[in-house]
Design a protein around this ligand. Structure first.
Ligand SMILES: NC(=O)c1ccc[n+]([C@@H]2O[C@H](COP(=O)([O-])OP(=O)(O)OC[C@H]3O[C@@H](n4cnc5c(N)ncnc54)[C@H](O)[C@@H]3O)[C@@H](O)[C@H]2O)c1
Length: 671
């Protein structure tokens, strides 16, 4: 055991090995990343190889060059498989990392968690989630970064350029230990093919959100976010006193993220019906226990749903087939759908993200291969029919929302009847416009998270308890406007362990506002100090939050002053967090909705029980949330104006510019 640990530590400390390691037979398996686009010219390929070889001594070049050429030709990227470490990849207890700085050790832990095969989607290609969410571009970058982290002191900062460790620079103990940028491009070079090209050259990468910032905690985040969304969507729909039991949430997709829907539906307490055309994806979620029942026949589905309605059940049902058929069948059988949405991969409509009705899964895949032009026509026809059925249901009272998957965008492009009367907006809101924006982000509620660096589940239990106590206490005097959010999150944390969502590091997510985040963090820091918790805690958050992300069709889609196409907020956030005490900060181009479509950032912070940590958490968390509330308030969002005024009352050093509201009539008369 000790021997294994020393070996691990020695390997980390040596960085690029002194001797060329043996070639690694390509570990290709079902978890491998797909072949990437072959986009480079002959000369550019030479440049990509030259770029890759600069990590290694010259006398290895004649051996490595043909290997890298083969990787580039076979997989479209150079991963440097030969340098993939042989030790197990997972988040070890923090004390096992060789380090001069505990802060740096915590970052090593988080990096290894993001690359853990039990956590990561394509671990051999250093991809954590979302198909292309990279931690590093290649294994050379990984081993160099880990070496830098093992030797750095609290007087240095490591600068990460899209996975490449540029090096350690002198700084100070108050500076972040690591600054991460991913995919930062000159704006004119931020088209999808630019990513393909510059990523293949080895000079940029797509960090998604929490992949490239070392803050991924597995599926827990998406389950919690989806549960919050579904619960609040029901609140918009249900009459006072009505419960969710027996009420139907109809949606589609049981893939990477969408697979969270039935689990979230069960947490929200409704009847979830989720269509999935791919039997394998549906069975996987069923085997995992994320969906209760699998049904293959439409008549059987209708019968089962009627029973669930009648008995007011809480149950999740996967229908193995096309979502359009379900909308149709429910309409014909007069099954009332309370809540409707969709999480098929419509950000990728022509290459298998959306399967058209009328074809089986296999027929679609065959057509996609042999006749992509016809497949596109089928998708467009299907979307028109899909939207028409949604319209028929909403005419009867269904509440439908777009779940950030471009359903309305692609339906409109296909000629479906989804535009509002003004011909600019869609008929239906997105989940951020109607739900997460006004109900959570504008008040400062967002996906705060933490990781216990001991790796001990008992520590996680203690943090759950502490967080619950803090929230319960805050709720007593919280204003009416945020009572519901407090209550939802108290319930979430009470049930968190029961929901069994921990994969990889001992981590938890919770939606809290600035006050909640600061008070919970302080209580954790105290518990580390007095030994109640056995090792430091890493704090962080998803980038899908109040302040960290500028994304006009998602996180900032409920900004209506025209500024949703700007990215100042995300940039101010990362700079502001960096000098207020973050242990590491990150800013990314892309994430969720795509390259060039969003700027998003995050932070990590180590709570080691010290007085310095308390000062940092107080300063940084305050800004990390209130920066976004101030911007949302300036955009005239009512809830944010309320929240920032409340914050100014209790924080004398905060003075935010407030908007003066203009009477509509004044302008209507003039223009
Ligand atoms: N709102 C959010 O917070 C959020 C979060 C993550 C992802 N998304 C978006 O949601 C979408 C889904 O993400 P994912 O990671 O689950 O993708 P995924 O590709 O892993 O899963 C989508 C699933 O939909 C199924 N499907 C496609 N067409 C269908 C049809 N007509 N009927 C039934 N099933 C069908 C596919 O077989 C697939 O399993 C993406 O567009 C993503 O960008 C939104």
């Amino acid at each position: 055991m000790i021997d294994t640990m020393m070996k691990f530590q020695n390997q980390i400390q040596q960085g690029i090995p002194a001797e060329l390691p043996p070639a690694n037979t390509y570990p290709r398996n079902t978890n491998s990343a797909p072949k990437r686009k072959d986009i480079l010219s002959k000369e550019e390929k030479k440049l990509a190889i030259r770029n890759a070889l600069r990590y290694f001594p010259k006398d290895w070049h004649s051996i490595l060059a043909p290997e890298f050429v083969a990787e580039l030709n076979d997989y479209g990227r150079i991963y440097m498989y030969r340098f993939q470490p042989k030790y197990e990849m997972y988040a070890r207890p923090i004390s096992e990392y060789p380090a001069e700085s505990q802060h740096a050790a915590s970052i090593m832990l988080m990096i290894q968690n993001n690359l853990d095969p039990n956590v990561a989607q394509h671990p051999n290609e250093l991809i954590t989630y979302g198909g292309n969410g990279a931690v590093f571009q290649n294994w050379g970058q990984y081993i160099l970064t880990m070496q830098y982290l093992s030797e750095m002191t609290n007087e240095q900062t490591l600068h990460m350029y899209s996975g490449h460790p540029m090096g350690l620079f002198p700084s100070s103990k108050d500076a972040p230990r690591v600054v991460v940028t991913n995919g930062m491009m000159i704006p004119n070079y931020s088209k999808p093919d630019d990513l393909e090209k510059y990523n293949a050259l080895g000079v940029t990468q797509y960090g998604q959100m929490t992949a490239g910032s070392y803050m991924y905690i597995g599926p827990q985040g998406i389950v919690h976010g989806t549960a919050i969304t579904v619960m609040n969507a029901f609140r918009k729909k249900l009459k006072k006193g009505e419960t969710t039991n027996g009420k139907i949430f109809l949606t589609a997709g049981l893939g990477g993220m969408s697979g969270a829907q039935p689990k979230a539906g069960n947490i929200a307490g409704c009847v979830t019906v989720c269509a999935e055309v791919n039997e394998k994806a549906a069975s996987k979620r069923h085997d995992q226990g994320w969906v209760d029942i699998l049904i293959f026949d439409l008549d059987e589905l209708v019968e089962r749903v009627k029973v669930a309605q009648e008995k007011e059940e809480v149950v999740s049902i996967a229908y193995v087939g096309n979502i359009v058929d379900v909308w149709e069948q429910f309409y014909e059988n007069e099954i009332f759908v309370h809540l409707g949405s969709d999480q098929t991969s419509l950000h990728n409509p022509w290459s298998g993200g959306y399967y058209p009705v009328g074809l089986t899964f296999e027929e679609s895949n065959e057509m996609l291969r042999t006749d992509p032009a016809n497949f596109k026509i089928k998708v467009q026809e299907s979307l028109r029919r899909h939207a028409e059925l949604v319209n028929k249901h909403t005419a009867k009272g269904t509440y439908f929302f777009d779940y950030g998957n471009a359903f309305l965008l692609e339906s409109s492009r296909s000629g479906a009847d989804v535009m509002a009367e003004n011909k600019i907006d869609f008929k239906y809101p997105s989940y951020v416009q109607d739900i997460l924006g006004p109900m959570c982000f504008d008040y400062g509620f967002g996906p705060f998270r933490w990781v216990c660096t001991s790796g001990n589940p008992a520590d996680l239990d203690k943090t759950d308890k502490i967080a619950e106590e803090v929230m319960v206490k805050i709720k007593v005097t919280a204003p009416e406007e945020i009572q519901q959010q407090m209550q939802d999150n108290i319930k979430w944390i009470q049930d968190a362990k029961k929901n069994k969502l921990v994969v990889g590091s001992q981590a938890r997510i919770l939606y809290a506002d600035a006050e909640g985040r600061m008070k919970i963090a302080k209580a954790f820091n105290d518990a580390v100090e007095n030994g109640e918790i056995s090792a430091p805690i890493v704090l962080g958050r998803d980038h899908h939050d109040v302040s960290g992300t500028d994304s006009p069709y998602r996180e900032t889609s409920n900004i209506y002053d025209g500024s949703k196409f700007t990215a100042d907020m995300a940039i101010h956030n990362v700079i502001g967090d960096s000098f207020r005490g973050a242990t590491w900060v990150s800013i990314h181009n892309g994430g969720g909705v795509g390259w060039g479509e969003v700027m998003n950032g995050g932070f990590g912070m180590l709570l080691d029980g010290s007085a310095e940590a308390e000062e940092r958490l107080t300063k940084m968390l305050f800004f990390d949330v209130n920066n976004g509330i101030a911007r949302r308030s300036w955009a005239r969002n009512e809830e944010a104006i309320f929240a920032i005024k409340r914050e100014m009352e209790r924080s004398p050093n905060l003075k935010v510019t407030l908007p003066n509201l203009v009477e509509n009539d004044l302008l209507d008369e003039l223009i």
